[in-house]
Design a protein around this ligand. Structure first.
Ligand code: PRX
Length: 634
């Protein structure tokens, strides 16, 4: 029987949402979400809430709404404009604060910069930046002029940026000269150049952050500060349709190529605003800190659009959690009196390893709510977070969602639901899910696939230039009215949901999604490799990590040196997250008679689980050979 933790009495009494009937009201999704959408500022009201043409859904049809106006202009009133929107801290300790009015001015100016560079409504602008204030400023400026942004996580490689820009046919890039990581300046512009030099890119805007030497290409590259110095202070916002594309976010799927998840405007803002307020129990005086990177969906929804559309004050931190010491986060919480902390299980497990002594010297009493996102949180990490960070007094909202959902989908409402460590509890009001097996919905206690059975406003609208993949990947397995999440889950007797991680060929490494096919294609890209199979194995800190099996070209001898080169190659092609934990060389890999590599067998070999049936293999003898080699390694 799982432990049950009740919300503290005082918390419950003051909670923003205390009305349990919202769960019931949420069953009528159209009325429920239309009511929530009214919290936004619409330039023109919608004339239909929802259009269903499975698997295509549209929300708030013919409504007109500009995201930048909702995040900024509506707060430019005498009472609201002086509130701090962002407190940014650089890794080296510098601090910048932006009131809503200051942010508004910067966004207006940068909107004019973009227009002067030739960016038009509908053009996709790529952004490749660390967490510095210019990143949300650039995103909101894009939103203001109706140019969808495609933010690529700064830790990704030049190749990853190039692939994404190529797929999006993006002609504009906003980047930085360099940025800080563990006290060193990373040469970011060089990486950006490697990507854009081979593409037809017309303009690159560079923020000066690292101060490192860079090359500027005439008539293509411009300094942010030069352009801003000449920009006008007001830019009329474009008229945006509710269904217009707000952004693309590339994420890993089952093939080697990342897919561009499309998010539109009105429904997305409705979803992130409602969850921002209800899940985080947001109040006017909260100091909210989400430790993610803006380059992921978490950062888009809960560091930029959610917090600003809710008129809250957020912390942005540029650097590593352990620089200059593992006390950095706790110093930040103490210094700014952070009240809400939203982070990932991987980070919590890292802090567990470093030890509670790093927290004990700091006053964390300002905290009143904790959040978790990105991967399943094991009860042990949950309880450590509750005890050591929350001082046994802060509810934890374990929020399940994904790039495609845009907003939190399964999560407690912290003033209402009793918590069970390790369970994301129940679907948010207005969200309907089921656990499915081949013969239909499964009863409590049975493991199955997590599917979403009703449309929701912030759902993806498609995959950029890949309509077939959209249908097949999400709506193929259970039909066009049940969104297949790709996650396994189980429901307990109290109807609480327990997430079991990704099913199949997508890994979750430290909360980052990674397709095994992506890692395989990076490995076979290396000239001496003929074949590669990648599987996920459990990791104490990161949850899961890739493990690779590699076959080499005839005559090539395996060696530690080659292994090292392959690891570096994967890091270079995709980014350090994708680096395999280990590589096993094998002349042959277990295959079916039709020549398909049996990854299930390889996964079970790597994790030392039962291999199961191998009668369908064309080369069953290889299983024993690989097993012996793995045993020798261990
Ligand atoms: O497996 C689930 C896991 O992260 C996947 C989505 O990854 P991504 O699109 O990168 O978005 C991450 C941030 C929202 C999901 O398919 N996941 C996310 N949150 C949780 C989770 N698994 C368990 N519990 C969670 N709270």
């Amino acid at each position: 029987m799982a432990e049950i933790i009740l919300p503290p009495k005082d918390f419950k009494k003051k909670a923003v949402i205390q009305d349990e009937t919202f769960y019931e009201q949420g069953q009528d999704i159209e009325t429920f979400w239309a009511e929530r959408a009214k919290m936004l500022k619409w330039d023109q009201k919608w004339d239909q809430v929802l259009m269903r043409d499975p698997p295509y859904y549209k929300w708030f049809l013919n409504g007109k709404i500009n995201a930048s106006v909702n995040c900024l202009d509506r707060w430019i009133t005498p009472g609201d404009k002086d509130k701090i929107a962002y407190i940014w801290e650089g890794e080296m300790g510098e601090v910048r604060k932006y009131t809503y009015e200051e942010l508004y001015t910067e966004v207006n100016k940068f909107s004019n910069v973009l227009k002067n560079l030739g960016v038009k409504k509908g053009d996709i602008v790529s952004i490749y930046m660390p967490v510095i204030p210019e990143l949300p400023i650039a995103m909101l400026a894009c939103a203001r002029i109706g140019a969808p942004h495609s933010v690529v996580f700064a830790g990704f490689s030049a190749e990853s940026l190039r692939d994404r820009m190529e797929d999006a046919e993006s002609k504009f890039l906003i980047t930085v000269d360099g940025y800080y990581r563990r006290g060193k300046v990373l040469k970011h512009k060089q990486k950006s150049d490697e990507a854009v030099d081979k593409l037809d890119v017309s303009k690159v805007v560079v923020v000066k952050r690292g101060g490192n030497d860079i090359t500027m290409v005439p008539n293509r590259d411009y300094w942010w500060h030069d352009l801003m110095a000449e920009a006008d202070e007001y830019c009329t916002p474009e008229e945006i349709d509710s269904e217009d594309l707000l952004f693309l976010m590339y994420t890993s799927g089952t093939t080697g190529k990342p897919k561009g998840v499309m998010h539109s405007t009105g429904g997305y803002l409705t979803g992130v605003l409602t969850t921002m307020k209800w899940v985080f129990d947001l109040r006017d005086d909260d100091i909210y800190w989400c430790t993610a990177d803006i380059g992921w969906i978490t950062g888009h929804s809960y560091m930029v659009y959610g917090p600003l559309v809710a008129h809250s004050t957020s912390i942005l931190y540029e650097g590593s959690p352990d620089y200059p010491s593992p006390a950095r986060w706790w110093e930040i919480i103490e210094k700014y009196k952070v009240t809400i902390l939203y982070t990932a299980p991987t980070a919590i497990r890292m802090f567990m390893r470093w030890g509670a002594q790093w927290l004990e010297k700091h006053n964390l009493k300002s905290l009143r709510l904790l959040g978790s996102v990105g991967e399943p949180i094991n009860p042990e990490a949950w309880l450590w977070y509750y005890r050591h960070v929350g001082n046994n007094a802060c509810p934890i909202v374990d929020t399940w969602w994904m790039t495609e959902t845009g907003m939190q989908m399964i999560t407690p409402l912290p003033g209402i639901l009793p918590l069970k460590p390790g369970s994301a509890t129940r679907p948010f009001p207005g969200v309907a899910v089921e656990i499915r097996g081949p013969s239909g919905a499964l009863p409590p206690g049975e493991k199955g696939d997590l599917v979403i059975t009703q449309p929701w406003p912030s759902m993806l609208r498609g995959l950029y230039k890949a309509p077939e993949k959209y249908k097949e990947e999400y709506w193929g397995k259970y039909g066009p009215e049940a969104f297949f999440t790709g996650d396994g889950a189980i429901m307990d007797q109290d109807n609480y949901l327990w997430l079991l991680g990704r099913i199949g060929d997508v890994l979750n490494v430290a909360g980052h999604r990674l397709g095994t096919a992506e890692v395989e294609s990076a490995l076979v890209d290396y000239p001496l490799v003929t074949e590669a199979a990648v599987v996920g194995i459990p990791d104490e800190i990161k949850g899961q990590v890739p493990f690779a099996y590699v076959s080499l070209a005839a005559g090539v001898e395996p060696s530690d040196d080659l292994k090292d080169k392959l690891m570096k190659h994967v890091s270079k092609i995709i980014g350090p997250t994708a680096r395999p934990k280990d590589i096993l060389f094998s002349d042959d890999l277990p295959k079916t008679r039709s020549g398909k590599i049996m990854r299930r067998v390889l996964r079970n070999l790597a994790t030392k689980e039962e291999i199961g049936d191998i009668t369908t293999l064309s080369n069953p003898e290889i299983v024993q050979v690989i097993r012996e080699r793995l045993d020798k390694k261990a």
